[in-house]
Write a protein that binds this ligand. Structure first.
Ligand SMILES: [Zn+2]
Length: 154
């Protein structure tokens, strides 16, 4: 589903309807910038969500669009990254939290539990050797899965 209408894709302003989607939080400003960049590149691809992950951006999309967004040898994702002044990581979206987290951290998960209580969260167990690289990623992972993700290394 396109995030903004055709008129807004081509212009730098937002029409009333699209502006409403942004104000209500249905569409983020990142979604708007990425949609426009994709349009300007002239590629036919869609995405479900875009998330700021500090020095890079995570783009969740389906299998078909992920190939297009990456492009031959990463050509499209590089060009999009230049337009948005951020490196892009194109990730295939799935309802399987384990798979999603594994593709974002590019490392295997030993176990994942949903912990119920006043505040529901995911407890994700990983091997100790990934701690240095993955240890600081819980805020990003929490954003992606929509619930707090606590990483444990063993
Ligand atoms: Zn519009």
């Amino acid at each position: 589903m396109p995030k903004i209408c055709n008129v807004c894709l081509k212009n730098d302003f937002l029409c009333n309807a699209c502006n409403k989607s942004v104000l209500s939080g249905k569409v983020s400003t990142l979604d708007v910038s990425l949609s426009r960049a994709i349009y300007r590149l002239g590629i036919e691809a869609d995405f479900s969500r875009a998330m700021d992950a500090g020095n890079y951006m995570i783009v969740l999309t389906d299998k078909n669009s992920s190939g297009i967004l990456i492009g031959k040898g990463g050509r499209n994702s590089k060009r999009l990254g230049m337009m948005l002044e951020k490196n892009l990581r194109i990730i295939e979206d799935t309802n399987d939290e384990k798979k999603l987290i594994e593709s974002i951290v590019s490392a295997p998960i030993v176990g994942i539990n949903k912990v119920y209580g006043k505040e529901e969260y995911y407890k994700v167990r990983m091997e100790k050797r990934f701690k240095e690289r993955v240890g600081s990623m819980s805020p990003v992972l929490s954003k992606v899965v929509g619930k707090e993700v606590k990483l444990m290394f063993e």
